[in-house]
Design a protein around this ligand. Structure first.
Ligand code: ARG
Length: 576
Protein backbone atom coordinates (compact mmCIF):
# COMPACT_ATOMS: atom_id res chain seq x y z
CA UNK A 1 0.00 0.00 0.00
CA UNK A 2 2.72 2.43 1.06
CA UNK A 3 4.74 1.43 -1.96
CA UNK A 4 2.51 3.01 -4.51
CA UNK A 5 0.58 5.74 -2.69
CA UNK A 6 0.88 8.32 0.02
CA UNK A 7 -1.53 8.03 2.94
CA UNK A 8 -3.33 11.13 1.70
CA UNK A 9 -3.93 9.49 -1.66
CA UNK A 10 -4.94 6.20 -0.10
CA UNK A 11 -7.49 7.84 2.21
CA UNK A 12 -8.75 10.15 -0.54
CA UNK A 13 -9.54 7.14 -2.72
CA UNK A 14 -11.20 5.41 0.20
CA UNK A 15 -13.37 8.44 1.04
CA UNK A 16 -14.24 8.98 -2.59
CA UNK A 17 -15.59 5.42 -2.79
CA UNK A 18 -17.60 6.11 0.36
CA UNK A 19 -19.16 9.27 -1.10
CA UNK A 20 -20.02 7.50 -4.33
CA UNK A 21 -21.57 4.63 -2.46
CA UNK A 22 -23.66 6.97 -0.32
CA UNK A 23 -24.60 9.20 -3.26
CA UNK A 24 -24.52 7.10 -6.44
CA UNK A 25 -25.85 10.05 -8.45
CA UNK A 26 -22.48 11.76 -8.06
CA UNK A 27 -20.85 9.10 -10.25
CA UNK A 28 -19.70 10.44 -13.59
CA UNK A 29 -19.52 14.00 -12.26
CA UNK A 30 -15.78 13.89 -11.82
CA UNK A 31 -15.96 13.96 -8.05
CA UNK A 32 -12.58 14.64 -6.48
CA UNK A 33 -12.23 14.06 -2.76
CA UNK A 34 -9.19 15.18 -0.86
CA UNK A 35 -8.11 14.07 2.57
CA UNK A 36 -5.46 16.11 4.36
CA UNK A 37 -3.58 15.89 7.65
CA UNK A 38 -5.40 17.51 10.56
CA UNK A 39 -3.99 20.56 12.24
CA UNK A 40 -4.05 18.98 15.67
CA UNK A 41 -4.10 15.46 16.99
CA UNK A 42 -7.34 15.82 18.95
CA UNK A 43 -9.12 15.91 15.62
CA UNK A 44 -7.71 12.61 14.51
CA UNK A 45 -4.87 12.11 12.06
CA UNK A 46 -6.48 13.11 8.77
CA UNK A 47 -9.58 14.99 7.79
CA UNK A 48 -11.91 15.30 4.85
CA UNK A 49 -13.94 18.45 4.17
CA UNK A 50 -15.76 17.22 1.10
CA UNK A 51 -19.22 17.11 2.71
CA UNK A 52 -19.05 20.88 3.26
CA UNK A 53 -18.47 21.43 -0.45
CA UNK A 54 -21.26 19.07 -1.54
CA UNK A 55 -24.04 20.62 0.56
CA UNK A 56 -25.37 22.80 -2.23
CA UNK A 57 -25.26 20.20 -4.99
CA UNK A 58 -26.90 17.52 -2.87
CA UNK A 59 -29.36 19.91 -1.16
CA UNK A 60 -28.58 18.40 2.21
CA UNK A 61 -26.95 19.58 5.39
CA UNK A 62 -23.20 18.85 5.19
CA UNK A 63 -23.31 17.15 8.57
CA UNK A 64 -25.87 14.63 7.19
CA UNK A 65 -23.72 14.11 4.10
CA UNK A 66 -20.68 13.42 6.27
CA UNK A 67 -22.63 10.94 8.36
CA UNK A 68 -23.91 9.13 5.28
CA UNK A 69 -20.42 8.89 3.79
CA UNK A 70 -19.00 7.50 7.02
CA UNK A 71 -21.77 4.91 7.15
CA UNK A 72 -21.13 3.89 3.58
CA UNK A 73 -17.35 3.65 3.99
CA UNK A 74 -15.90 0.16 3.62
CA UNK A 75 -13.73 -1.18 6.45
CA UNK A 76 -10.10 -0.25 5.81
CA UNK A 77 -6.99 -1.92 7.21
CA UNK A 78 -5.41 1.44 8.00
CA UNK A 79 -8.40 3.13 9.59
CA UNK A 80 -9.45 2.82 13.23
CA UNK A 81 -12.46 5.03 12.79
CA UNK A 82 -14.01 8.08 11.14
CA UNK A 83 -16.25 10.59 12.87
CA UNK A 84 -18.32 13.55 11.83
CA UNK A 85 -17.32 16.79 13.48
CA UNK A 86 -18.71 20.30 13.62
CA UNK A 87 -20.90 21.36 10.69
CA UNK A 88 -19.72 18.54 8.41
CA UNK A 89 -16.07 17.64 8.72
CA UNK A 90 -14.95 14.04 8.78
CA UNK A 91 -12.09 13.20 11.13
CA UNK A 92 -10.16 10.03 10.43
CA UNK A 93 -8.06 8.15 12.93
CA UNK A 94 -5.44 5.65 11.79
CA UNK A 95 -4.97 2.28 13.48
CA UNK A 96 -1.97 2.28 15.75
CA UNK A 97 -0.86 -1.23 14.68
CA UNK A 98 -1.05 -0.14 11.08
CA UNK A 99 1.16 2.88 11.83
CA UNK A 100 3.66 0.56 13.49
CA UNK A 101 3.73 -1.56 10.36
CA UNK A 102 4.31 1.55 8.23
CA UNK A 103 7.25 2.56 10.42
CA UNK A 104 8.69 -0.95 10.06
CA UNK A 105 8.17 -0.82 6.29
CA UNK A 106 10.08 2.46 6.05
CA UNK A 107 12.87 0.82 8.05
CA UNK A 108 13.37 -1.81 5.39
CA UNK A 109 12.80 0.43 2.35
CA UNK A 110 15.56 2.47 0.75
CA UNK A 111 12.89 4.84 -0.57
CA UNK A 112 11.40 5.36 2.91
CA UNK A 113 7.99 4.55 1.50
CA UNK A 114 8.00 7.31 -1.10
CA UNK A 115 6.09 6.23 -4.23
CA UNK A 116 7.86 6.69 -7.58
CA UNK A 117 5.03 8.86 -8.81
CA UNK A 118 7.17 10.51 -11.49
CA UNK A 119 6.66 7.27 -13.36
CA UNK A 120 9.37 7.83 -15.96
CA UNK A 121 7.98 11.17 -17.12
CA UNK A 122 10.69 13.44 -18.35
CA UNK A 123 11.50 16.94 -17.24
CA UNK A 124 14.06 19.50 -18.34
CA UNK A 125 15.21 21.62 -15.40
CA UNK A 126 16.77 24.95 -16.33
CA UNK A 127 18.53 26.39 -13.29
CA UNK A 128 21.50 28.33 -11.97
CA UNK A 129 22.21 29.76 -15.46
CA UNK A 130 24.56 32.59 -14.45
CA UNK A 131 25.90 35.16 -16.87
CA UNK A 132 29.44 34.79 -18.14
CA UNK A 133 32.14 37.25 -17.08
CA UNK A 134 30.37 38.20 -13.86
CA UNK A 135 31.29 36.63 -10.54
CA UNK A 136 28.46 34.79 -8.85
CA UNK A 137 27.28 36.64 -5.77
CA UNK A 138 24.94 35.50 -3.06
CA UNK A 139 21.88 36.43 -5.13
CA UNK A 140 22.84 33.58 -7.47
CA UNK A 141 22.69 30.98 -4.78
CA UNK A 142 18.92 30.78 -4.81
CA UNK A 143 18.47 29.52 -8.35
CA UNK A 144 21.33 27.07 -7.86
CA UNK A 145 20.22 25.68 -4.52
CA UNK A 146 16.46 25.65 -5.13
CA UNK A 147 16.96 24.30 -8.65
CA UNK A 148 19.26 21.57 -7.39
CA UNK A 149 16.80 20.51 -4.67
CA UNK A 150 14.05 20.27 -7.33
CA UNK A 151 16.46 18.28 -9.46
CA UNK A 152 17.09 15.78 -6.64
CA UNK A 153 13.41 15.59 -5.69
CA UNK A 154 12.29 14.89 -9.26
CA UNK A 155 14.92 12.20 -9.77
CA UNK A 156 13.95 10.57 -6.50
CA UNK A 157 10.29 10.48 -7.52
CA UNK A 158 11.27 8.65 -10.67
CA UNK A 159 11.23 11.44 -13.23
CA UNK A 160 13.83 11.36 -15.96
CA UNK A 161 15.59 14.65 -15.37
CA UNK A 162 17.72 16.60 -17.81
CA UNK A 163 19.32 19.44 -15.86
CA UNK A 164 20.57 22.24 -18.07
CA UNK A 165 22.70 25.19 -17.05
CA UNK A 166 21.54 27.80 -19.54
CA UNK A 167 24.52 30.14 -19.27
CA UNK A 168 24.15 33.76 -20.32
CA UNK A 169 27.06 33.52 -22.74
CA UNK A 170 25.85 35.54 -25.70
CA UNK A 171 24.53 39.02 -26.29
CA UNK A 172 25.39 42.61 -26.98
CA UNK A 173 27.60 42.95 -23.89
CA UNK A 174 30.39 41.01 -25.59
CA UNK A 175 31.29 43.92 -27.89
CA UNK A 176 31.89 46.09 -24.83
CA UNK A 177 33.65 43.18 -23.15
CA UNK A 178 36.10 42.72 -26.02
CA UNK A 179 36.94 46.44 -26.07
CA UNK A 180 37.46 46.38 -22.32
CA UNK A 181 39.64 43.30 -22.42
CA UNK A 182 41.88 44.66 -25.17
CA UNK A 183 42.36 48.02 -23.54
CA UNK A 184 42.23 47.57 -19.80
CA UNK A 185 42.92 43.95 -18.85
CA UNK A 186 45.66 43.44 -16.30
CA UNK A 187 47.56 40.18 -16.80
CA UNK A 188 48.32 39.73 -13.09
CA UNK A 189 44.75 40.31 -12.02
CA UNK A 190 43.50 37.98 -14.74
CA UNK A 191 45.61 35.24 -13.25
CA UNK A 192 44.62 35.87 -9.66
CA UNK A 193 40.92 36.58 -9.96
CA UNK A 194 39.95 36.17 -13.60
CA UNK A 195 36.22 36.71 -13.42
CA UNK A 196 36.48 39.72 -11.13
CA UNK A 197 38.96 41.19 -13.58
CA UNK A 198 36.61 40.51 -16.49
CA UNK A 199 33.85 42.27 -14.65
CA UNK A 200 36.09 45.21 -13.85
CA UNK A 201 37.15 45.71 -17.48
CA UNK A 202 33.56 45.35 -18.60
CA UNK A 203 32.36 48.03 -16.20
CA UNK A 204 35.15 50.35 -17.25
CA UNK A 205 34.48 49.81 -20.95
CA UNK A 206 30.76 50.25 -20.45
CA UNK A 207 31.27 53.57 -18.66
CA UNK A 208 33.52 54.73 -21.46
CA UNK A 209 30.90 53.74 -24.04
CA UNK A 210 28.36 55.95 -22.28
CA UNK A 211 30.56 59.03 -22.69
CA UNK A 212 32.42 58.27 -25.89
CA UNK A 213 30.33 57.59 -29.03
CA UNK A 214 33.38 56.36 -30.96
CA UNK A 215 34.00 53.76 -28.31
CA UNK A 216 30.41 52.62 -28.57
CA UNK A 217 30.65 52.37 -32.36
CA UNK A 218 33.82 50.33 -32.10
CA UNK A 219 32.21 48.04 -29.53
CA UNK A 220 29.31 47.47 -31.91
CA UNK A 221 31.73 46.61 -34.69
CA UNK A 222 33.51 44.12 -32.46
CA UNK A 223 30.16 42.53 -31.68
CA UNK A 224 29.29 42.26 -35.37
CA UNK A 225 32.68 40.67 -36.00
CA UNK A 226 32.14 38.19 -33.19
CA UNK A 227 28.72 37.29 -34.51
CA UNK A 228 30.13 36.86 -38.00
CA UNK A 229 32.66 34.36 -36.64
CA UNK A 230 35.83 36.48 -36.71
CA UNK A 231 38.52 34.10 -35.36
CA UNK A 232 40.24 36.56 -33.04
CA UNK A 233 37.02 37.76 -31.38
CA UNK A 234 35.76 34.25 -31.25
CA UNK A 235 38.94 33.22 -29.41
CA UNK A 236 38.48 36.01 -26.86
CA UNK A 237 34.86 35.10 -26.27
CA UNK A 238 35.79 31.45 -25.76
CA UNK A 239 38.36 32.59 -23.22
CA UNK A 240 35.72 34.59 -21.31
CA UNK A 241 33.45 31.56 -21.21
CA UNK A 242 36.27 29.23 -20.21
CA UNK A 243 37.50 31.44 -17.35
CA UNK A 244 33.96 31.88 -16.07
CA UNK A 245 33.20 28.16 -16.21
CA UNK A 246 36.32 27.35 -14.20
CA UNK A 247 35.16 29.67 -11.46
CA UNK A 248 31.52 28.56 -11.56
CA UNK A 249 32.84 25.00 -11.46
CA UNK A 250 34.52 25.62 -8.09
CA UNK A 251 31.24 26.80 -6.67
CA UNK A 252 29.26 23.90 -8.13
CA UNK A 253 31.78 21.47 -6.67
CA UNK A 254 31.48 23.01 -3.25
CA UNK A 255 27.70 22.94 -3.47
CA UNK A 256 27.70 19.43 -4.93
CA UNK A 257 25.72 20.55 -7.96
CA UNK A 258 26.11 18.84 -11.33
CA UNK A 259 24.39 19.40 -14.64
CA UNK A 260 23.58 16.98 -17.41
CA UNK A 261 23.99 19.76 -19.92
CA UNK A 262 25.65 23.16 -20.02
CA UNK A 263 24.23 24.81 -23.07
CA UNK A 264 24.57 28.52 -23.03
CA UNK A 265 22.47 30.92 -25.02
CA UNK A 266 25.15 30.82 -27.74
CA UNK A 267 24.19 27.23 -28.52
CA UNK A 268 20.91 28.48 -30.01
CA UNK A 269 22.36 31.37 -31.95
CA UNK A 270 21.99 29.80 -35.38
CA UNK A 271 18.32 29.12 -34.83
CA UNK A 272 17.15 32.61 -33.93
CA UNK A 273 16.48 33.83 -37.47
CA UNK A 274 14.43 30.69 -38.09
CA UNK A 275 12.31 31.36 -34.99
CA UNK A 276 11.48 34.87 -36.21
CA UNK A 277 10.66 33.51 -39.69
CA UNK A 278 8.28 30.96 -38.21
CA UNK A 279 6.59 33.57 -36.04
CA UNK A 280 6.10 35.80 -39.07
CA UNK A 281 4.90 32.97 -41.31
CA UNK A 282 2.33 31.93 -38.72
CA UNK A 283 1.13 35.49 -38.36
CA UNK A 284 2.18 35.61 -34.71
CA UNK A 285 4.73 38.40 -35.18
CA UNK A 286 4.88 41.29 -37.63
CA UNK A 287 6.90 44.35 -38.44
CA UNK A 288 6.29 47.39 -36.32
CA UNK A 289 8.46 50.51 -36.42
CA UNK A 290 11.30 48.54 -37.97
CA UNK A 291 11.27 45.81 -35.30
CA UNK A 292 9.57 42.41 -35.44
CA UNK A 293 7.00 42.26 -32.70
CA UNK A 294 4.59 39.65 -31.38
CA UNK A 295 1.43 41.24 -30.03
CA UNK A 296 -0.10 39.34 -27.16
CA UNK A 297 -3.35 41.21 -26.66
CA UNK A 298 -5.41 38.05 -26.35
CA UNK A 299 -3.23 36.94 -23.47
CA UNK A 300 -3.41 40.49 -22.03
CA UNK A 301 0.36 40.74 -22.10
CA UNK A 302 2.54 43.56 -23.41
CA UNK A 303 4.03 43.10 -26.91
CA UNK A 304 7.19 41.08 -27.17
CA UNK A 305 9.98 42.26 -29.48
CA UNK A 306 11.63 39.25 -31.08
CA UNK A 307 13.97 41.15 -33.36
CA UNK A 308 15.13 44.72 -32.85
CA UNK A 309 15.25 47.26 -35.66
CA UNK A 310 19.05 46.84 -35.87
CA UNK A 311 18.51 43.14 -36.60
CA UNK A 312 19.61 41.89 -33.17
CA UNK A 313 17.58 39.16 -31.49
CA UNK A 314 16.32 39.29 -27.93
CA UNK A 315 16.42 37.17 -24.79
CA UNK A 316 12.87 35.98 -25.57
CA UNK A 317 13.89 34.85 -29.05
CA UNK A 318 16.64 32.74 -27.55
CA UNK A 319 14.22 31.17 -25.11
CA UNK A 320 11.79 30.33 -27.93
CA UNK A 321 14.58 28.65 -29.86
CA UNK A 322 15.61 26.83 -26.68
CA UNK A 323 12.12 25.45 -26.07
CA UNK A 324 11.86 24.22 -29.67
CA UNK A 325 15.24 22.56 -29.45
CA UNK A 326 14.49 20.88 -26.10
CA UNK A 327 11.11 19.67 -27.24
CA UNK A 328 12.56 18.17 -30.42
CA UNK A 329 15.54 16.57 -28.72
CA UNK A 330 14.17 15.37 -25.37
CA UNK A 331 10.40 15.24 -25.86
CA UNK A 332 9.95 16.33 -22.24
CA UNK A 333 6.64 16.23 -20.40
CA UNK A 334 7.62 19.47 -18.74
CA UNK A 335 10.25 22.17 -18.75
CA UNK A 336 10.87 23.99 -15.48
CA UNK A 337 12.76 27.29 -15.17
CA UNK A 338 14.12 28.56 -11.87
CA UNK A 339 14.93 32.28 -11.81
CA UNK A 340 14.28 35.33 -9.68
CA UNK A 341 10.97 37.15 -9.64
CA UNK A 342 12.01 39.80 -12.16
CA UNK A 343 11.65 37.35 -15.04
CA UNK A 344 7.96 36.60 -14.54
CA UNK A 345 6.76 38.72 -17.43
CA UNK A 346 9.49 37.36 -19.70
CA UNK A 347 8.36 33.78 -19.13
CA UNK A 348 4.67 34.62 -19.42
CA UNK A 349 5.39 36.07 -22.84
CA UNK A 350 7.61 33.19 -23.89
CA UNK A 351 5.07 30.60 -22.71
CA UNK A 352 2.22 32.40 -24.48
CA UNK A 353 4.21 32.41 -27.72
CA UNK A 354 5.03 28.72 -27.30
CA UNK A 355 1.31 27.96 -26.95
CA UNK A 356 0.63 29.86 -30.14
CA UNK A 357 3.38 27.91 -31.84
CA UNK A 358 1.63 24.71 -30.82
CA UNK A 359 3.95 23.59 -28.02
CA UNK A 360 1.98 21.29 -25.70
CA UNK A 361 4.75 20.59 -23.18
CA UNK A 362 3.94 21.76 -19.67
CA UNK A 363 6.02 24.92 -19.07
CA UNK A 364 6.61 26.12 -15.53
CA UNK A 365 8.39 29.17 -14.21
CA UNK A 366 9.44 28.69 -10.61
CA UNK A 367 10.39 32.13 -9.37
CA UNK A 368 11.86 33.18 -6.09
CA UNK A 369 12.10 36.47 -4.24
CA UNK A 370 15.26 38.51 -4.39
CA UNK A 371 17.78 38.50 -1.66
CA UNK A 372 18.28 41.83 0.08
CA UNK A 373 20.39 43.19 2.86
CA UNK A 374 18.66 44.75 5.86
CA UNK A 375 19.81 48.13 4.52
CA UNK A 376 18.58 47.50 0.94
CA UNK A 377 19.48 45.76 -2.29
CA UNK A 378 22.89 44.49 -3.23
CA UNK A 379 24.57 46.60 -5.84
CA UNK A 380 27.98 46.44 -7.42
CA UNK A 381 28.13 50.21 -7.38
CA UNK A 382 27.56 50.43 -3.64
CA UNK A 383 30.19 47.74 -3.20
CA UNK A 384 28.02 45.72 -0.81
CA UNK A 385 27.86 42.64 -3.01
CA UNK A 386 28.82 39.46 -1.17
CA UNK A 387 30.65 37.12 -3.52
CA UNK A 388 29.47 33.55 -3.37
CA UNK A 389 32.98 32.14 -2.78
CA UNK A 390 33.46 34.45 0.19
CA UNK A 391 30.08 33.51 1.56
CA UNK A 392 30.87 29.79 1.44
CA UNK A 393 34.33 30.39 2.97
CA UNK A 394 32.78 32.34 5.81
CA UNK A 395 30.14 29.66 6.40
CA UNK A 396 32.77 26.94 6.65
CA UNK A 397 34.99 29.06 8.90
CA UNK A 398 32.14 29.78 11.32
CA UNK A 399 31.14 26.12 11.34
CA UNK A 400 34.74 25.09 12.01
CA UNK A 401 34.90 27.33 15.07
CA UNK A 402 31.76 25.67 16.45
CA UNK A 403 32.98 22.14 15.67
CA UNK A 404 36.34 22.84 17.35
CA UNK A 405 34.56 24.10 20.42
CA UNK A 406 32.11 21.18 20.66
CA UNK A 407 34.43 18.36 19.61
CA UNK A 408 37.95 19.42 20.63
CA UNK A 409 39.27 15.86 20.48
CA UNK A 410 38.14 15.13 16.94
CA UNK A 411 41.02 14.75 14.44
CA UNK A 412 41.63 18.10 12.70
CA UNK A 413 41.00 16.61 9.23
CA UNK A 414 37.70 15.25 10.42
CA UNK A 415 36.81 18.60 12.02
CA UNK A 416 37.34 20.29 8.68
CA UNK A 417 35.22 17.74 6.90
CA UNK A 418 32.37 18.12 9.37
CA UNK A 419 32.65 21.92 9.23
CA UNK A 420 32.34 21.81 5.47
CA UNK A 421 29.20 19.70 5.66
CA UNK A 422 27.72 21.87 8.41
CA UNK A 423 28.68 25.22 6.88
CA UNK A 424 27.47 24.39 3.37
CA UNK A 425 24.41 22.68 4.84
CA UNK A 426 23.55 25.82 6.82
CA UNK A 427 23.84 28.02 3.75
CA UNK A 428 21.65 25.75 1.62
CA UNK A 429 19.06 25.20 4.29
CA UNK A 430 18.77 28.90 5.13
CA UNK A 431 17.62 29.34 1.58
CA UNK A 432 15.57 26.17 1.11
CA UNK A 433 13.63 26.49 4.35
CA UNK A 434 11.95 29.72 3.30
CA UNK A 435 8.99 29.91 1.02
CA UNK A 436 10.81 30.51 -2.28
CA UNK A 437 8.52 33.37 -3.17
CA UNK A 438 9.23 35.41 -0.10
CA UNK A 439 11.87 38.05 -0.14
CA UNK A 440 14.94 36.99 1.78
CA UNK A 441 16.63 39.52 3.97
CA UNK A 442 20.16 38.30 4.31
CA UNK A 443 21.97 38.35 7.63
CA UNK A 444 24.98 36.27 8.57
CA UNK A 445 23.29 35.28 11.82
CA UNK A 446 20.27 33.84 10.04
CA UNK A 447 22.19 32.22 7.20
CA UNK A 448 24.59 30.51 9.55
CA UNK A 449 22.27 29.77 12.45
CA UNK A 450 23.37 26.65 14.28
CA UNK A 451 20.12 26.04 16.12
CA UNK A 452 16.37 26.48 15.62
CA UNK A 453 15.09 25.66 12.16
CA UNK A 454 18.50 25.14 10.57
CA UNK A 455 20.58 22.45 8.91
CA UNK A 456 23.02 22.17 11.83
CA UNK A 457 20.09 21.46 14.17
CA UNK A 458 18.88 18.66 11.88
CA UNK A 459 22.40 17.34 11.33
CA UNK A 460 22.90 17.32 15.08
CA UNK A 461 19.63 15.44 15.61
CA UNK A 462 20.78 12.88 13.08
CA UNK A 463 24.19 12.45 14.69
CA UNK A 464 22.63 12.11 18.12
CA UNK A 465 20.51 9.21 16.86
CA UNK A 466 23.53 7.64 15.21
CA UNK A 467 25.21 7.59 18.61
CA UNK A 468 22.12 6.01 20.23
CA UNK A 469 22.35 3.22 17.65
CA UNK A 470 26.06 2.81 18.39
CA UNK A 471 25.40 2.63 22.11
CA UNK A 472 22.72 0.04 21.56
CA UNK A 473 25.08 -2.08 19.50
CA UNK A 474 27.60 -1.93 22.37
CA UNK A 475 24.96 -2.74 24.94
CA UNK A 476 23.35 -5.62 23.09
CA UNK A 477 26.00 -7.12 20.83
CA UNK A 478 24.78 -9.56 18.23
CA UNK A 479 21.12 -8.54 18.41
CA UNK A 480 19.36 -7.69 15.18
CA UNK A 481 16.94 -4.82 15.69
CA UNK A 482 14.91 -5.80 12.66
CA UNK A 483 13.98 -9.05 14.43
CA UNK A 484 11.94 -7.09 16.99
CA UNK A 485 8.53 -5.62 16.20
CA UNK A 486 7.83 -1.91 16.53
CA UNK A 487 5.11 -1.25 19.11
CA UNK A 488 3.67 2.19 19.74
CA UNK A 489 2.73 2.05 23.41
CA UNK A 490 3.18 5.69 24.40
CA UNK A 491 1.26 8.57 22.81
CA UNK A 492 4.53 10.26 21.83
CA UNK A 493 5.60 7.10 19.99
CA UNK A 494 2.37 7.09 18.06
CA UNK A 495 2.77 10.78 17.25
CA UNK A 496 6.26 10.10 15.99
CA UNK A 497 5.03 7.23 13.81
CA UNK A 498 2.31 9.45 12.27
CA UNK A 499 4.98 11.99 11.36
CA UNK A 500 7.25 9.32 9.89
CA UNK A 501 4.38 8.01 7.80
CA UNK A 502 3.96 11.51 6.34
CA UNK A 503 7.41 11.62 4.78
CA UNK A 504 6.12 10.46 1.37
CA UNK A 505 3.54 13.24 1.44
CA UNK A 506 6.14 15.86 2.28
CA UNK A 507 8.43 14.76 -0.55
CA UNK A 508 5.59 14.58 -3.04
CA UNK A 509 4.22 17.97 -2.04
CA UNK A 510 7.64 19.67 -2.16
CA UNK A 511 8.12 18.33 -5.68
CA UNK A 512 4.66 19.03 -7.04
CA UNK A 513 4.46 22.56 -5.66
CA UNK A 514 8.13 23.29 -6.46
CA UNK A 515 8.65 24.22 -2.82
CA UNK A 516 11.59 22.48 -1.16
CA UNK A 517 10.51 24.45 1.94
CA UNK A 518 7.62 21.99 2.38
CA UNK A 519 10.19 19.25 2.94
CA UNK A 520 12.35 21.44 5.19
CA UNK A 521 9.33 22.28 7.36
CA UNK A 522 8.50 18.60 7.59
CA UNK A 523 12.03 17.63 8.64
CA UNK A 524 12.16 20.30 11.31
CA UNK A 525 8.81 19.18 12.69
CA UNK A 526 9.99 15.56 12.70
CA UNK A 527 13.21 16.49 14.52
CA UNK A 528 11.24 18.40 17.14
CA UNK A 529 8.88 15.48 17.68
CA UNK A 530 11.89 13.21 17.97
CA UNK A 531 13.35 15.54 20.53
CA UNK A 532 10.30 15.27 22.79
CA UNK A 533 10.28 11.50 22.30
CA UNK A 534 13.94 11.45 23.36
CA UNK A 535 13.21 13.54 26.43
CA UNK A 536 10.06 11.73 27.51
CA UNK A 537 10.64 8.02 27.17
CA UNK A 538 13.68 6.01 28.19
CA UNK A 539 14.99 3.78 25.45
CA UNK A 540 18.42 2.34 26.16
CA UNK A 541 17.26 1.74 29.74
CA UNK A 542 13.83 0.36 28.82
CA UNK A 543 13.10 -3.36 29.28
CA UNK A 544 14.11 -5.65 26.44
CA UNK A 545 11.58 -5.62 23.63
CA UNK A 546 10.42 -2.09 24.42
CA UNK A 547 14.04 -0.99 24.17
CA UNK A 548 14.40 -2.60 20.73
CA UNK A 549 11.15 -1.15 19.48
CA UNK A 550 12.21 2.34 20.55
CA UNK A 551 15.73 2.09 19.24
CA UNK A 552 14.30 0.86 15.95
CA UNK A 553 11.99 3.84 15.85
CA UNK A 554 15.04 6.06 16.37
CA UNK A 555 16.67 4.33 13.43
CA UNK A 556 13.67 5.09 11.22
CA UNK A 557 13.80 8.77 12.22
CA UNK A 558 17.50 8.82 11.33
CA UNK A 559 16.83 7.23 7.99
CA UNK A 560 14.10 9.72 7.12
CA UNK A 561 16.23 12.67 8.25
CA UNK A 562 19.15 11.48 6.17
CA UNK A 563 17.06 10.84 3.08
CA UNK A 564 15.16 14.11 3.46
CA UNK A 565 18.31 16.18 3.87
CA UNK A 566 19.94 14.38 0.97
CA UNK A 567 17.03 15.47 -1.21
CA UNK A 568 17.80 19.04 -0.18
CA UNK A 569 21.45 18.47 -1.08
CA UNK A 570 22.56 18.46 2.57
CA UNK A 571 24.98 15.94 4.04
CA UNK A 572 24.55 14.14 7.35
CA UNK A 573 27.87 13.36 9.05
CA UNK A 574 27.64 10.52 11.58
CA UNK A 575 29.23 12.75 14.20
CA UNK A 576 29.13 16.52 14.49
N1 ARG B 1 21.03 34.05 -17.41
C1 ARG B 1 19.79 34.49 -16.84
C2 ARG B 1 20.05 35.42 -15.67
O1 ARG B 1 21.12 35.35 -15.06
C3 ARG B 1 18.92 33.37 -16.38
C4 ARG B 1 18.52 32.39 -17.45
C5 ARG B 1 17.33 31.57 -17.09
N2 ARG B 1 16.98 30.59 -18.08
C6 ARG B 1 16.40 30.84 -19.24
N3 ARG B 1 16.17 29.85 -20.08
N4 ARG B 1 16.03 32.06 -19.58
O2 ARG B 1 19.20 36.21 -15.31
Amino acid sequence: MMKSQTIEQMLSDWMRDAFLKAFPDMAGQGLTVSVVPTGSEEHGDYQCNQAMALGKALRKAPRQIAEAAIKAAAPHAAVAGAEPAGPGFINIRLRTEWLASVAAAIDSDARCGVPASGDGRSVVLDYSSPNVAKPMHIGHIRSTVIGNALDRLHRFLGYRVMSDNHLGDWGTQFGIMIMGYRNFADAEALKAEPVEELERVYVRSYERSQQDPDWLTQARQELVKLQAGDPENRRLWEEFVRLSMVEFGHIYDRLDVRFDLVRGESYYNDRLAGVVETLKAKGIARESEGAIVAFLEEEKLPPCIVQKSDGAFNYATTDLATVASRVAEFKPDKIVYVTDERQQLHFRQVFALCRRLGVTTDLEHVWFGLMRLPEGTFSTRQGNVIKLEKYLDEAEARALAVVKECSPDMAPERQKDVARAVGIGAVKYADLSQNPQSLVVFTWEKALAMDGNSAPYLQYAYARIASVLDKYAEQAPGKRLADFPIALGEPIERTLAVKLARFPEAVTRATETYKPSALADYLYDLAQTYSSFYQNVPFLKAPEGVRESRVRLCGVVAQVLRQGLKLLGIETPERV
